[in-house]
Design a protein around this ligand. Structure first.
Ligand SMILES: [Cu+2]
Length: 392
């Protein structure tokens, strides 16, 4: 045992192991079009004019800074070396050189102006959210995004976008083996927008501060509870672009990706039509009376998408997250006991409120938890019971 331990940590073996990890032989990863590339260091070039201008500014400033850095340090080291004491140099002794002072004031001033002018131009353009073709509100939730189409084609559409649950499970399992290229970027409902149209994004949040950022579109805007902020983009090319929440917002911060799907005008119209039909079909009548097996099927999906991240697929919870398996509140014959928790949250939001889910979804997930794992209550919760409790 001991010798294996030593062997494993011998420097040469460590190097070998590191080499294997970086060689990519075991884990083939590919660039994700519209997302990060393998070993990408620089900013992406971007698919909006603003993003490209940001990229240009970044490059120019980097070059400028490098030139100044090299020049200043070259003069400094040259002076130190050339005028060293050992070759007999004597320090010059002078006070106040007007010429030098004027130069070291004017030159940096010109440099700063030369940098500020183009940067301000882009900054102002970035903030100009007027005359948008489409306005979409994005709401940050712990830990998902809500999209509401407020204005323009698609007005009225609203949906929640959550990380694909199978990818979440891969992460829990330690991300072993070959991962999909869109690992931790795949969502159930991407944000779909038309190409070549000015899209205004309004950001806000429901719980804590999040940030909506998509590098390829050159946008990044904080989403602050109780406030609205906005930004905009006009994508020049059709494609899939990815981003992530960029404000640390809690333990699942890394699991609330953004997927923006830019499509042609015709495809966008078709998508809006389809989404409208889907929404109409989903708009369940809260008065509908459901049968237990249908409720269970639906509840299982609602649970996987919204609850399993905290309470685990096996309902056992973890640490401060109470188990639902054998929870007295879940199995209580009075359905209100659990529904109140789902509608209002519990323990100051440690268990969040789920009132944004539909009556049917809430009834389904309540039914599911009441009849899963060791909970075999046979109880069936109907949407009308949820509706009756709302606002109470
Ligand atoms: Cu967040």
């Amino acid at each position: 045992m001991k010798s294996i331990w030593r062997n494993k940590y011998r420097p040469a073996n460590l190097l070998l192991a590191a080499g294997a990890a970086f060689s990519g032989a075991a884990h083939a990863v590919n660039d994700l079009p519209g997302g990060p590339s393998v070993r990408q260091l620089n900013l992406p070039l971007g698919v909006t004019k603003i993003a490209q201008e940001q990229h240009f500014l970044h490059t120019v400033m980097m070059i400028l800074c490098t030139v100044i850095f090299v020049a200043v340090f070259a003069v400094m080291f040259y002076s130190i070396w050339k005028h060293r004491k050992s070759v007999g140099h004597k320090a010059a002794n002078f006070h106040e050189s007007v010429v030098v002072e004027v130069i070291w004031t004017i030159v940096p001033f010109i440099i700063v102006i030369a940098m500020a002018l183009p940067a301000t131009k882009v900054l102002v353009a970035q903030k100009d959210t007027t005359n948008a073709d489409l306005t979409i509100k994005t709401t940050g939730y712990q830990w998902k995004w809500g999209y509401d189409y407020l204005n323009g084609e698609g007005e009225g559409l609203a949906f929640i976008s959550t990380l694909d649950s199978s990818q979440r499970a891969m992460s829990d399992a330690g991300a072993k083996g070959t991962m999909p290229d869109d690992y931790l970027f795949k969502v159930d409902n991407p944000l779909v927008v038309p190409v070549q149209k000015k899209v205004r994004i309004i950001t806000t949040a429901n719980d804590v501060i999040h940030a909506f950022a998509v590098p390829q579109l050159g946008i990044k805007q904080d989403a602050v509870p109780g406030f609205v902020r906005d930004t905009w983009f006009r994508a020049e090319t059709v494609g899939d672009y990815y981003g992530q929440c960029q404000e640390l917002c809690g333990k699942e911060h890394a699991y609330m990706p953004i997927h923006v799907k830019v499509v042609s005008a015709a495809d966008y119209t078709a998508w809006v039509d389809g989404k409208r039909k889907e929404a109409a079909a989903k708009l369940d009548d809260p008065g509908k009376v459901w049968a237990l097996p249908d409720m269970m099927t639906r509840g299982e999906k609602v649970y996987a998408a919204n609850c399993a991240a905290c309470h685990q697929a096996n309902g056992k919870g973890a640490g401060p997250i109470k188990p639902l398996d054998a929870s007295p509140k879940v199995v209580d014959a009075d359905h209100k006991v659990q529904l109140q928790v789902l509608l209002n949250g519990q323990n100051n939001g440690a268990m969040p409120s789920w009132k944004q889910l539909s009556d049917t979804d809430l009834a389904a997930v309540a039914t599911y938890t009441k009849n899963s794992w060791s909970n075999k209550t046979g109880q069936l919760v109907q949407p009308a019971e949820v509706l009756a409790l709302r606002g109470k």
